[in-house]
Design a protein around this ligand. Structure first.
Ligand SMILES: [Zn+2]
Length: 159
């Protein structure tokens, strides 16, 4: 558990790259292999990533810097552990397109954080207020668990 793995899967003219476990410096070896016969259109799926350390961040951003030049890159199902890096570090995304993220909502009644998927078309625009969805357990009201969670949109919208 926790070891990094990367699975490749063809889906039409696109390749889905499923990252799993902890992204550390070792992940760089897997990223390099991607240059071998990969589709020009790639989607990195972060759903099962549990953590990323500073060496992992370094190998990812260095890999992506080069890779986005000749590939159309999408990042999908990014969990909070990835979104918080995106918020601190624009180089995590660069010219890639973020297609979906998990958003943590807090339900006071259940005293629980629920991370729910949000597609890019549902991302809040400008100062638009976001209405959190109902709690999946008790159907009660939830609050966004992190006030600055959508900070990364400010630099994505700028380009
Ligand atoms: Zn609830």
């Amino acid at each position: 558990m926790g070891l990094f793995s990367l699975k490749r899967e063809k889906k039409g003219d696109r390749e889905i790259l499923r990252l799993e476990g902890a992204i550390t410096g070792d992940a760089g070896l897997e990223f390099i292999k991607l240059y071998d016969g990969i589709s020009p259109k790639c989607t990195f799926n972060f759903r099962n990533v549990i953590s990323i350390n500073s060496q992992g961040l370094q190998v990812w951003t260095m890999f992506l810097r080069d890779f986005v030049n000749d590939h159309e890159v999408q990042l999908e199902e990014c969990p909070p552990v990835i979104v918080s890096q995106m918020n601190m570090l624009p180089s995590f995304v660069q010219q890639a397109k973020v297609t979906s993220i998990y958003v943590p909502y807090f339900c006071e009644a259940c005293n629980k954080v629920n991370s729910l998927i949000m597609e890019a078309r549902q991302f809040p625009k400008g100062d638009q207020e976001m209405k959190p969805p109902a709690c999946p357990t008790c159907k009660g009201e939830q609050e966004l668990d992190d006030f600055d969670y959508f900070y990364f949109l400010s630099y994505l919208n700028d380009r």
